[in-house]
Design a protein around this ligand. Structure first.
Ligand code: HEM
Ligand code: HEM
Length: 457
């Protein structure tokens, strides 16, 4: 009886988080598509609410803090519940965390749309009260997960939980440093900006998605992870190297040269944890290719693991001064950002949702629709990233050759069009994902919907 109650509660929490994540994914994608087409047709949609400067931060906040953070936290609750073999410490706190995050995201959407921001500080555009509400939600979720794990009856702490705890431990530190007024001006602000940008990616999204994958993959393939030791190496490598990497965002900026050099070198060090995890995932899949071939969840996990290795290697290379000189300020970085945040984190997240949610709700979506989601997302991403990579190199070559700036603008117009087409395919794939998630809804929601349909008008 208690077990059934625990299962019901966990299902409700996980599904509520993942459903919210899908809503923010749809909204963020819509804004992304508008952004991309606006760069093709700059005179379209000239109303203030949809001006480029306003909707760009709405796009990044909805997708990074809404889609990714909510989806990752929902699945983290599931991993913690299953591996700790005990109910979530407080379901009420989990729902409070969700309400705070959704509240902050809605407030962020409204304030940014009205043009109210903290200033031109990328990814930290939300005004402070909105950021504080988000931070309180993060603290509540972190505490809930920590207390669930502390009270676990099993002695061992599965590797996934190391990653998840690290993510929730790093986020408050990151927030505190990033929002302290002491570092808000001059070159300190540049250093903190770089620190914030990369630590939020490397010590929030990355540990959470790695932790989830270290559990989702063995569950999908019904076998243990290839090497626990490689997982531990990846964990410590991520923790040590990622925290020192931020200054690579501002190579040649007026920040100390030694700081930039350290960040570049540490980027090289990142290859150890990155390929430790990528290799671990691929070696776990070895021998299961027949199964993976027929399983869209496996396609997402395989592509996500590969893109983790590839996008991170691309990042390491682009930090080197000769390459950075060419591609900094160009669309090449936008290509890298989507290759990593979408190809790595989002693909693994989609794979984990398809692998875990049906096992939880005992309801799956048609395999053909999951396959359509996968191919639209993959083809869309390939068009997006290749268009931005070519456009970025073309811009860099034009600028360093001393040609007139306008030449680079006209030269990349076709690549902007290709990006808009690729991005639209990605957005379409998200509509399919949302429908698939609806098919996987827990029984209670479905029963309520059927009852509502049958009720006399
Ligand atoms: C070893 C791992 C990685 C390294 C060394 C690396 C390196 C870099 C560098 C050097 C830049 C700045 C380029 C420039 O402006 O000149 C950058 C930008 C960026 N990276 Fe990575 N990257 C790595 C992994 C990742 C991952 C895993 C993600 C996503 C989860 C990611 C997302 C981004 C984003 C979003 C930006 C754009 C930031 C902005 O708005 O300026 N990177 N990366
Ligand atoms: C659904 C299709 C998408 C489209 C059409 C799209 C389009 C865009 C566009 C046009 C920009 C602005 C680039 C600029 O100002 O030059 C942008 C920025 C960004 N988007 Fe997306 N996006 C999409 C999906 C996503 C997803 C799913 C994520 C995260 C998981 C994401 C994360 C980002 C980030 C981090 C940036 C800032 C990159 C930088 O400054 O280097 N996008 N996106």
């Amino acid at each position: 009886m208690r077990e059934r109650k625990d299962h019901r509660q966990t299902t409700a929490i996980v599904y509520a988080y993942v459903a919210s994540c899908a809503v923010w994914l749809l909204l963020g994608s819509l804004y992304g598509v508008i952004l991309a087409w606006k760069l093709v047709y700059p005179d379209a949609l000239t109303i203030e609410l949809l001006s480029y400067g306003r909707i760009r931060p709405v796009h990044t906040a909805s997708l990074l803090l809404g889609f990714l953070s909510l989806g990752l936290t929902g699945l983290a609750y599931l991993v913690v519940n299953r591996t700790a073999e005990r109910p979530i410490w407080s379901p009420a706190l989990a729902f409070a965390g969700l309400a705070l995050w959704n509240g902050a995201l809605i407030a962020g959407l409204v304030t940014l749309s009205l043009g109210t921001t903290r200033g031109p500080i990328e990814y930290r555009e939300w005004i402070t009260p909105v950021a504080v509400v988000f931070a309180v939600g993060a603290l509540i979720n972190g505490l809930n997960i920590l207390l669930t794990l502390i009270r676990r009856p099993v002695p061992e702490l599965y590797i996934s939980n190391w990653f998840i705890l690290a993510g929730f431990a790093c986020l408050p530190v990151l927030y505190l440093v990033a929002y302290l007024p002491a570092f808000a001006t001059g070159s300190a602000n540049i250093i903190i900006q770089g620190y914030y940008m990369h630590v939020v990616l490397g010590l929030w999204f990355t540990p959470l998605i790695l932790g989830i994958t270290y559990w989702a993959l063995p569950i999908l393939l019904d076998k243990p992870i290839y090497s626990y030791g490689l997982g531990v190496l990846a964990f410590w490598g991520n923790l040590v190297f990622y925290s020192l990497i931020g200054a690579h965002h501002f190579i040649f900026a007026p920040t100390p040269w030694w700081l930039q050099s350290t960040a570049i070198l540490v980027g090289l060090g990142m290859m150890v944890p990155v390929w430790a995890s990528t290799g671990n995932f691929l070696l776990t899949m070895r021998g299961s290719w027949r199964y993976i071939r027929h399983e869209p969840a496996g396609w997402f996990l395989l592509s996500g693991a590969l893109m983790y290795g590839l996008a991170s290697t691309q990042g390491t290379l682009q930090a080197f001064r000769p390459i950075n000189l060419l591609v900094h300020f160009t669309n090449y970085t936008v290509g890298h950002a989507h290759f990593a945040a979408y190809g790595f984190v989002s693909f693994l997240l989609f794979g984990a949702v398809y692998a875990l949610v049906p096992r939880l709700t005992r309801r799956s979506c048609p395999k053909a629709l999951a396959a359509i989601h996968f191919w639209l997302a993959l083809v869309g991403l390939a068009l997006y990233v290749s268009a931005m990579t070519i456009a970025g190199v073309r811009q860099g070559l034009g600028w360093t050759s001393g040609a007139a700036f306008i030449d680079s603008v006209t030269a990349i117009a076709p690549w902007y069009l290709l990006r808009a087409i690729g991005g639209s395919l990605m957005a379409l794939s998200h509509v399919v994902f949302a429908f698939n998630l609806w098919c996987m809804r827990p029984h209670a929601i479905r029963a309520a919907a059927v009852a509502a349909q049958r009720a006399p008008a």
